[in-house]
Design a protein around this ligand. Structure first.
Ligand code: BTN
Length: 225
């Protein structure tokens, strides 16, 4: 079972940074780092990730023997663990409830050495967010899910244990069933179009205004609300 050994810290700069250091010094597959709070939590695209102490599940899992769809598998696992009937995924791996972000996932690692750290920030007990997130973020508590941080962690580890080993077709099919963007107008740095699902490699397919299609492998896509 993943989640052992488990290092829990009251305060850390970033659980991902700590897990990466452990990975470099030979920690085994399944090593888990959690914290009550972070002073330098990292998000995707160089952003920061903030959460009030004790309100969020802040965890980083070391995975050795990385599969290409790991980022998608992690998002499916979060959905299944926290809100199986309503959670959706905004490409590539933000988890939404009611079209608001409840969890973010940051993968960091050394593909050439065969390991990655799956960092997950899940808003569990949060009741209010800073102004800049007030319209776009939610928590399990706000969405009416009565759970603790420890309960969410246990459920998430069980789901991750299954999904990080799942065959690619299963991951793709579960991800596609939760695709929050499909059919919606989206924009990104270089253009805009309508989201049309994901390819078998996990790229976002977008239909352009001229009817052609393009695939986005990485980066940030915004839903045109
Ligand atoms: C994102 O949506 O931008 C990804 C956010 C990932 C945040 C988590 S919190 C636990 C782990 N440690 C970090 O420094 N970041 C991830």
């Amino acid at each position: 079972m993943i989640g052992t050994p488990h290092v829990h810290l009251r305060v850390v700069d970033s659980t991902n940074a700590r897990a990466r250091a452990l990975a470099s010094s030979g920690a085994p597959h399944g090593t888990l780092v959690t914290a009550d709070s972070q002073t330098a939590g990292r998000g995707r695209q160089g952003r920061t990730w903030t959460a009030a102490p004790g309100d969020a599940l802040l965890m980083s899992l070391l995975v050795r023997g990385v599969r290409p769809l790991l980022p998608l598998a992690a998002a499916v696992a979060v959905c299944e663990a926290v809100a199986p009937s309503e959670a959706a995924i905004k490409w590539p791996n933000d988890v939404w409830i009611d079209r608001r972000k409840v969890a973010g996932i940051l993968l960091e690692g050394r593909p050439q050495e065969g390991w990655a750290v799956v960092g997950i920030g899940l808003n569990v007990l949060t009741r209010s967010f800073p102004d800049e997130l007030a319209d776009t973020a939610t928590s399990l508590a706000l969405a009416g899910h009565d759970t603790s941080v420890a309960g969410a962690r246990a459920a998430l580890l069980a789901a991750l244990d299954r999904w990080i080993e799942a065959p690619a077709e299963e991951v793709l099919s579960a991800w596609r069933a939760r695709d929050a963007l499909r059919g919606s107008p989206v924009r990104w740095g270089a253009g805009e179009g309508v989201a049309a699902g994901i390819s078998d490699s996990g790229a976002l397919i977008v239909e352009l205004p001229d009817g052609s299609r393009t695939e986005l492998d990485a980066g940030e896509v915004h839903l045109q609300r």
